[in-house]
Write a protein that binds this ligand. Structure first.
Ligand SMILES: *Cc1c(COP(=O)(O)O)cnc(C)c1O
Length: 392
């Protein structure tokens, strides 16, 4: 079967909730994928940072195969011999006391929201049903009915939305019933938007002063992408809860988690939250290996160093007539095009022709987020292609 045959099948049988590029991937290794026609591409999206460790990392693959031979799912009606090891590793790595495992990022966010509300009822004595959460506009937290609000109402009550990073609006929005503020430390889907220096510190300070929880959604920004284990570390800020997903899976098997203090995480009583698959031994074995790869291969340091290499290489875009702004942190770079460039997608299609896969985000921004295992040579090669398509 050829590319167009798969595209036709997909268009006929799959709900149109995505608009993918017409590349049909058959295999992947490191930063490289091969499509069904045998053409090779370098991947500059890394499954929205779920593939920070690269495609089919041999060490994670080995952990997964070993676990498949033993036991894959126990449910948490029973205990398994992998989940406690993952919990210990993740908590120690990030400096938190407890974790709660789920599967998708959307579920991790849901977990944090439920924990925050319950914490408010227990520790702030907020009247039942009155807990309020503050979220920020254009943040991406998954697509549950609580979060995704464009045409799918009626919506979940109890949220106040303020502009991203607007700490004055945050102070104003706080009421005695406020339990938490939820934010991305750097906005991913919105186009790699980095808030002004000091924003996270200020949010932390406002949360402390008002006795409310700071929840960071680090599902895309976390686990090395920005050149820090967590993006909040750029401002030495420690949120009360952190949502993780994507790269926690090493790209193998969905794993997400929330980490937090014992005070916050122990608000749950048995039965109040959970998931049949959350914390299964296969997920835990995969996540353990995914974390070990991040640490042992120094992927966090690598992201910082190669991020600098990439920004230097892209410096010439400052005078490019199509480009409004290039911004980045670590190996997470957004090239925002001017409206007259006619949208980022057509440049992503041209990039694909040249063998580099990247995706437009927020219409006008090309997001560059290669797997963190990328070599300097491959990175420079890919960026050459980016410069070629933007320099006609
Ligand atoms: C991807 C993402 C999510 C949702 O994760 P899923 O696994 O797709 O449900 C939530 N928050 C952020 C910041 C993300 O990038």
């Amino acid at each position: 079967m050829k590319t167009q045959d798969f595209v036709a099948l997909e268009k006929k049988y799959l709900a149109p909730n995505y608009n993918p590029l017409d590349v049909v991937i058959e295999s992947g290794e490191g930063v490289w994928v091969t499509d069904v026609e045998g053409k090779r591409y370098m991947d500059f999206l890394a499954a929205y940072s779920a593939l920070n460790q690269g495609y089919c990392h041999p060490r994670i693959k080995k952990a997964m195969l070993e676990q498949v031979e033993k036991v894959t799912l126990t449910s948490r009606a029973f205990r398994n011999d992998k989940l406690p090891l993952l919990a210990e590793k993740l908590c120690n790595l990030l400096g938190y006391e407890m974790m709660l495992p789920m599967n998708s990022g959307a579920e991790a966010v849901e977990t944090a929201l439920k924990a925050a509300r319950k914490w408010g009822y227990i520790h702030k004595k907020i009247p039942e049903g009155k807990a309020n959460l503050i979220a920020m506009s254009n943040n991406f937290h998954g697509r549950t009915i609580t979060i995704y609000r464009d045409g799918f109402g009626p919506f979940t009550d109890g949220f106040t939305v303020i502009p991203y990073g607007d700490t004055a609006a945050l102070e104003k929005a706080i009421t005695p019933n406020t339990v938490a503020v939820l934010m991305e430390p750097i906005q991913g889907e919105a186009g790699i938007i980095i808030p002004p220096e000091g924003t996270l510190k200020k949010v932390r300070e406002i949360c402390d002063r008002n006795h409310i929880l700071m929840i960071a959604d680090e599902i895309q920004s976390g686990l090395g992408r920005t050149g820090r284990m967590l993006a909040c570390e750029w401002e030495n800020v420690k949120p009360d809860m952190v949502c993780l997903g994507k790269a926690l899976s090493g790209g193998f098997y969905p794993v997400s988690a929330v980490v937090g203090s014992a005070e916050v995480m122990s608000v749950f009583k048995p039965g109040e939250h959970g998931s049949t698959f959350g914390g299964n031994p296969m997920a835990a074995a995969v996540a353990l290996a995914a974390l070990e790869v991040l640490i042992e291969e120094k992927l966090v340091e690598r992201a910082e160093e190669l991020g600098r290499v990439a920004m230097d290489k892209l410096a010439s875009l400052a005078s490019n007539p199509l480009v409004k702004e290039v911004r980045g942190r670590g190996l997470w770079i957004g090239i925002e095009l001017k409206p007259e460039a006619g949208g980022a997608r057509k440049y992503c299609m041209k990039l694909m022709e040249k063998g580099v896969l990247a995706k437009d985000t927020h219409h006008h921004t090309i997001r560059l987020a290669p797997p963190l295992v990328i070599s300097r040579e491959d990175l420079l090669l890919g960026l050459d292609k980016v410069l070629e398509v933007l320099n006609p």
